[in-house]
Write a protein of this length. Structure first.
Lengths: 197, 539
């Protein structure tokens, strides 16, 4: 067996993040061409989304990204327990994000706005597409938040049992990178849906 | 006699035989797992193709009804594209020889390597399930074009989900290879000393990483549309089916370079060995792989010239398509120039390599007719496309794969096949191949549309000829597989360097040992700088 190579692990993770960006890239492409075709309807659609939910969730994810970065820094400084606490904070913020998202979706669904719903199908084409993209993109992002929380939980466990420690932390860094990506994608989703109006 | 046990012999680590194979982290064993599963799927796809050809021998119904025909050509396409040619050379010979050619013990992520094989198997199980569940096997063609794929009652859901899983299997292979090439080159293995096979896998790896996710999201959208009717591609809700085609080809055109680049790498490795001469223009051949990967990512819409794009877009994509011809031609000309004044000796791998160059050239040149917007409108969606595609993929990748089998299997197993039969099988394959597919080019020019179950009587002579050719091709394939598999298991032992190659895999024992290298090798020369020691004498 060859020796551990943290550089390779990080390179591999970056390549994987490229694939994630391109996975969302397909949806961004759809968004771009439909925005170009239906600018007015997208404006009307954007107005119907709650700016408060969007802004709060953006803040939550940005803080959580900070928390995971702090967790890595804490590990560098040999403060293992702080590192673990920061991970728990990140997971907690991720979950709060999902709960907010659930409330927001619930509100919309209660108002009859969901894919193929009778209410939505009577609206103009551009709005149908806007909300279609809204559910697709925030849904796919939500799944990534969930996966990210699971990974963070694993990282927390590995820290506890000493699989991740001060001299061998590539796993934690990679989980952190994944979480930053989840955050970054949201940073693009937020203006595209909530600030477009 | 070899000094060490072969890698396929049991190791004394207490693992059972099944566990030591199905859960191995050894890149050589994973490559062998891939080899046998891919060959099995090739036999399935080949049989389906033969049955389709038989149905077309005369007009009207010969063997099956039209719906069965639709299902069979869909399955032929899905199985051949996603289960055979996409993984083909990288997952088998790439897995086995990439680390050895770099002077490494294994790939960077052995466990992810195993995971990618398991995902492949999982995808395979899903595809088999899609045959027997839901509304029956999919009948959309391998491209899953909307709107039909959103409304057909057949089991498209499982099939596209299988493609999604296979996509990630392919991504993991590419990611692994790119990282390995960056991180695990041995002492002295500079970028300009990499074997050209490695360069081609490097370019392929990048396409796998950057293009495959777009396919993943596209087929996922087909599934979501079928379940929820979001309307992304549904004109009644404002969606545009053309965008599906864009997204699909953004992956699926670069995917043909995932298929052909590794085969080009194999040929670039074989030609110098049998010409006893350094490759002509090493840097250009290596660079052209990257050029193909890059330019090939910008040409996808040439599949859509008649779909209703703007004329300006047609013009741009037609031009970009011609640009890809340049690096491809660089490769062909450099191979031929390498042969010039070489001291050529002709053993079976070389025969297959020559067949590759000829067939790939036909495929490439017919591709220019399709890439030129004016002529494409005339032959679009005809047998000309089918003929062109099979010349590039079967004549190119297929023959490259056969060349790789004849070149490397003796090294892997330590046993030699019968050279005479191998050469005959190459001739029969070559004749059968042209007999089967050249009539398709003519049929296309006469206007025979692809995927049609029935045809007008004036197409009968060429259709008939094409089916006869398929039997010759099948005979050639059977002879070749029996010969090479018999040789692998029962052939006479072969020496470590049967062809006289200079890349690192020829410097270790045959059959390949468990541990690639006793100590890390040091490289001091390029991969094709041959000494006077001369040619091998395996045949």
């Amino acid at each position: 067996m060859h020796a551990k190579d943290p550089e390779a692990a990080k390179l591999g993770m970056w390549l994987f993040l490229f694939t994630e960006i391109l996975l969302f890239g397909g949806l961004f492409l759809l968004y771009a061409s439909y925005l170009y075709r239906f600018p007015d309807e997208f404006h009307v659609g954007g107005k119907q989304l709650s700016l408060i939910y969007g802004t709060v969730n953006t803040a939550i994810l940005l803080i959580s990204s900070w928390a995971v970065a702090m967790s890595i820094s804490a590990l560098h400084r040999n403060r293992d327990s702080l590192s673990r606490k920061m991970l728990l904070l990140t997971i907690g913020l991720g979950l709060v994000f999902l709960v907010n998202k659930a409330f927001e979706w619930h509100g919309k669904i209660a108002a009859g706005i969901y894919p193929d719903s009778p209410v939505l199908n009577t609206k103009p084409d551009g709005e149908v597409l806007f909300f279609g993209l809204y559910y697709l993109m925030t849904g796919l992002h939500g799944i990534h938040v969930l996966i990210g929380c699971c990974l963070l939980l694993f990282a927390y466990w590995w820290l506890r049992i000493g699989k991740i420690h001060r001299t061998d932390y590539a796993l934690l860094e990679n989980v952190g990178l994944y979480w930053h990506l989840v955050d970054l994608i949201w940073v693009f989703l937020f203006p595209l849906f909530y600030l477009i109006a | 006699m070899p000094k060490h046990d072969a890698f396929y012999k049991p190791q004394e680590d207490g693992k059972g035989w099944i566990r030591s194979w199905l859960f191995t982290h050894d890149h050589k064993r994973i490559g062998v797992l891939y080899l046998y599963t891919i060959l099995a799927f090739f036999l399935v796809g080949m049989t389906l193709g033969g049955v389709i050809r038989f149905e077309l021998i005369r007009p009207g119904m010969n063997l099956m009804d039209a719906q069965t025909y639709n299902v069979l050509f869909t399955l032929h396409g899905v199985i051949m594209i996603f289960f055979v040619v996409i993984p083909s050379i990288p997952a088998t010979f790439g897995n086995i020889f990439l680390p050895i050619q770099l002077g490494a013990d294994d790939v960077s992520f052995p466990r992810i390597n195993l995971l990618s094989w398991w995902m492949y198997i999982f995808g395979a199980i899903l595809i088999v399930c899609s045959l027997f569940t839901g509304g029956g096997p999919p009948d959309t063609g391998w491209t899953f074009y909307v709107p039909f794929s959103e409304v057909t009652s057949t089991n498209v859901n499982l099939a596209v989900f299988a493609v999604f899983i296979l996509g990630f299997s392919s991504i993991f292979t590419g990611l692994n290879f790119v990282t390995t090439i960056h991180r695990l080159r041995c002492e002295g293995m500079t970028w300009t000393r990499l074997p050209l096979f490695v360069w081609s896998l490097y370019a392929t790896g990048w396409i796998q990483i950057l293009a495959t996710p777009v396919l993943a999201i596209t087929v996922l959208l087909v599934m979501v549309e079928r379940f929820m009717g979001v309307g992304m591609f549904d004109p009644s809700k404002g969606g545009d089916p053309l965008l599906y085609q864009h997204l699909f080809w953004i992956y699926s055109h670069p995917a043909v370079y995932i298929m052909i680049l590794p085969a080009m790498g194999v040929i670039s490795d074989i030609i110098p060995v049998f010409a006893r001469k350094n490759i002509f223009g090493y840097k250009m051949v290596a660079f052209s792989s990257l050029m193909i990967a890059f330019a090939g990512s910008l040409v996808w819409a040439h599949h859509m010239f008649t779909s209703g794009m703007s004329d300006f877009a047609v013009l741009v994509f037609s031009f970009l398509t011609f640009v890809v011809a340049i690096p491809s031609a660089i490769k062909v000309f450099n191979w031929v120039t390498t042969l010039y004044k070489g001291s050529i000796y002709t053993d079976p791998p070389f025969w297959f390599a020559l067949a590759f160059i000829f067939l790939f050239s036909v495929g490439g040149l017919t591709g220019l007719i399709l890439g030129s917007a004016g002529t494409d409108i005339y032959v679009h969606d005809t047998y000309f496309v089918v003929g062109h595609f099979h010349y590039v993929i079967f004549g190119g990748l297929g023959f490259g794969f056969f060349a790789a089998m004849h070149y490397w299997l003796p090294k892997i197993s330590g046993r030699m096949y019968n050279c005479k039969i191998a050469k005959w099988s190459c001739v029969i394959l070559f004749v059968g191949f042209n007999w089967l597919y050249f009539p398709m080019l003519l049929l296309g020019l006469q206007g025979m549309p692809r995927r049609y179950y029935d045809y007008l009587p004036e197409f009968e002579p060429l259709q008939y000829a094409s089916t006869l050719g398929s039997w010759v091709l099948l005979a050639g394939l059977l002879i070749m597989f029996v010969n090479i598999l018999y040789g692998t298991w029962k052939g006479k032992p072969v020496e470590d360097n049967p062809w006289g190659g200079e890349t690192l895999e020829w410097k270790i024992q045959a059959p390949l040992p468990h541990e690639n290298f006793e100590e890390e090798p040091t490289v001091t020369a390029g991969p094709y700088e041959f000494s006077d020691r001369g040619r091998g004498n395996a045949c």
